[in-house]
Design a protein around this ligand. Sequence first.
Ligand code: AMP
Length: 293
Amino acid sequence: MQIVHTIAEIRKLVGPARAEGKLVGLVPTMGAFHAGHLALMSRARHECGFVVVSIFVNPAQFGPSEDYQKYPRDQKSDAEKAEVEGVDVIFAPSVEEMYPEGFGSYIEVVGLTETLEGAVRPGHFRGVAIVVAKLFNIVAPDNAYFGMKDYQQLKVIQKMVRDLDFDLEIIPVPTIRESDGLAMSSRNVYLDTKERAAATILYRALEFAKERVLEGERYPAALEAAIRRFIEQEPLAKIDYVAVVDPDTLEKLEKIGASVLVALAVKIGKTRLIDNNVIFGFKEGAFKTPIPL
Ligand code: AMP
């Protein structure tokens, strides 16, 4: 596995692989790898002949009071883990390489970015969109892999790809969790022992929400209120938002139909965690009575 830091170097490696007829897969990351990242790499390895993993803690997607400076960085351990997954090359550019002096272009994805993360992290998706678009232009992958853990990000990227005619496939990968349900996240390292135990409240709240929907709850406002009450049982948890929305538009639903996205952002101590689940398969009346055998 090679590790390169410049755009010229990564293009020099990808070009010949493509010329050999290999499918090129890209896994964009901010590093500090955990099993979630590795699942994306493994999927890319299965589907592509040449796998590029980018590691770039992108300052453009962090707000001024967010954790850009202290975001965990460990390129040595990342390289070891990526190598085990069979990655061909890590692209780890500097901030100057990605945003040289005089840089001034951004991408605004309108329609999906005003709610949830976009509402509480102004400018976040503008930063995500520009860095991902740059990576797409630099690597020109056939497939790009994104985790459903960042559901809204996945939707925003899919829309950007459609709107800007990027000639590539976005491959969504399901959320990888710890054995107690906590979604893997690079930010989990910020949690102390008590907070780590409390952090399972997000997953438990998603499971609770699923049960409520399968039992017949069809009113988003009632479901949202019930989820809030559930999370409020955990003294270390402070709700940022609880959203019960349409999984495609991320807009409010009048009634819960065939599928619904439950998305959560909760602070555990000082650490802000997000998680989500799309609940499928609900049909009017289907779960009100026991299913006959
Ligand atoms: P990050 O390094 O946090 O920017 O994440 C890089 C990619 O890994 C994104 O597409 C994330 O959605 C994905 N990812 C992060 N955590 C998980 C997880 N627990 N399961 C699956 N994918 C994840």
